[in-house]
Design a protein around this ligand. Sequence first.
Ligand code: BG6
Length: 490
Amino acid sequence: MTLTDFDLVLFGSTGDLAMRKLIPAMLARDTAKDFPATARIICVGRNNWSQEEFIRTLNLHAKPHIKVTCLAAGTWEKFCARIQYVALDATDATTYGPLIAALRTDPAISRVFYLATPSQIFSKICQNLASHNLATAHSRVVLEKPLGNDLQSAKHINNKVSQVFSESQIYRIDHYLGKETVQNLLALRFGNVLFEPLWRREWISDVQITIAEQLGVGSRMEYYDNSGALRDMLQNHLLQLLCIVAMEPPVSIEPDAVRDAKLQVLQSLKRYTPTMLAKNVVRGQYRAGHIEGVPVPGYRDEENAPNDSTTETFVALKAEINNWRWAGVPFYLRTGKRMTQSLAEIVVRFKNIPHSIFAQSTNSFQPNCLVIRLQPDEGLRMHLMAKTPGDGMRLKPTELELDFRASFKTPRMEAYERLLLDVLRGQLTLFMRRDELEAAWEWVEPILEYWEQEDSDPIPYTAGTWGPAAASALVGRDGLQWREEALPED
Ligand code: BG6
């Protein structure tokens, strides 16, 4: 679909996210010729920079993150020509003059306000846009995660933003929903007849969702230390993945159909009581260790880290969904920084065969298992039992593999590229609705409260490992193990 002409206003344009993800995503879509010739990107920042100074900063901090294919002769220069840097204090309405002057007034031109700033100032920015009549009925606003710090602050921000924008104009972004494999999971579940009859408590024993990162906190300490793994990753990315795995078939791919189905999952999550929390949630914090042989400091020794910080860099938990499809099936979620591998995957383990007709006992059968890999490689792997060649009936585990890169030669899109196009097209399916976001906060709230009251620190784990031993014990108690297979060498 061709995009209509637009003015995209990027608040927080000098920040880490803009440099690492947003600007590169915009350039990629521009290079792919998705942007109309006259579309413009208005980059807003507090620094009193000239246009040249801002472009110089982009050269320094955004260019290293750009795909090589986007650096053909002239593409960068052409992209920079779309950009206009506007210096203002987003929280101070009296400084908005240059933005007002920069925006085009033709109502046929879409206006998108992308708020890549801390969420504490979303309300203020929206108010300021409204006070200058910049938020028209056809404008859209994109809100970056984490939206709020808890349920109350999330509600407050949502209330304020909704005084200016209607729900259909609000795009709450979770970039995991823009990942190719997440959408492929929708294709797998609802584009094939094979899985749906098995996708339930009768056949599935447990589900594991892991997002592990080798990276530490880097330059984001100020944000991260006030956030931690639960708010930064679990409340949004992991719960969204859980929703896609567990939701009922939506009636269509239309935004509200998909969001209704996801909301039901969040509302069906079993609420934790304090006793359950102690047993079912593990938090950890990394200490010095080695990542691929290279020594790395502990969290408290990272630059700008408080040396008594109790912020968790790892969280693992067991969740349960109280509905007919999933009652009794544990969903284990875990995420951490400075782990042994960078890996994101969903593992759906089926039940074991009820009876063996072979000489082997049922215990020697590995239950079927579907591994949906989001990164580093993208693909699906179905673990099956098969006969080994030759005489006799000896069965061994084997795999059916679908490697998306090898199977589809079409160029890939980064999550942010796809979501950006969706915003510009007005397609809301992959964005969170207000009630979904609040339901997710509501579910994690007891964990936050429990940690606040609890008189202990996160469990230390050595950087370069899979996290604290208590996380293995969490699944071990149910007779299970996390799937921790070494990734193939490149
Ligand atoms: C972000 C978190 O939302 O997701 C980061 O704030 C995290 O802390 C990042 O590193 C992970 O995203 P990806 O796409 O690199 O797995």
